[in-house]
Design a binder for this molecule. Sequence first.
Ligand SMILES: [Zn+2]
Length: 174
Amino acid sequence: MEQVLLLNITYEPLKIINWKKALNLFFLGKVEVIEEYDKEIHAVSFVLKLPSVVRLLKMVRKPNNLVKFSRQNIYARDRYQCQYCGNKFQPEELTYDHVMPKSRGGRTEWENIVTCCVDCNRKKGGRTPPEAAMRMIRKPTRPTWIPALKITIGFQRVPETWRDYLYWNVELLE
Ligand SMILES: [Zn+2]
């Protein structure tokens, strides 16, 4: 399945969508095609090159809100690293921790959730980091990049046509 990089009107990468969704947006007049793959799509009434990068024609405001608050994205933001002991883990060995415990009014939001290993999570219990004498590696913040995009790029070969647009806010993984 060919994937398409969706850019905001500012050329900022927003997310990766599948080609059917990209064509749908194109036919609705919502995007313009910026880059194409060599592959062609043959339909009854047209032949088109498969888009590889499309750009929205209207500004999507607050692009940061498009960063889905999900377990996967929290782990990606924290680089699969427990924010207390600093060790890296496989996703199935990780959980997330409310810095200010939920039982004490801590909210489930980017700024109060960190990636945490099972051991540290148990050790910390219902306490704040100072109470548990545990130091956090990084203060949790709302990501300004698209974690899922980073994950995809980490696991796949980036199409050549995407490269010019990715410098924007994506750290390429080696
Ligand atoms: Zn840990």
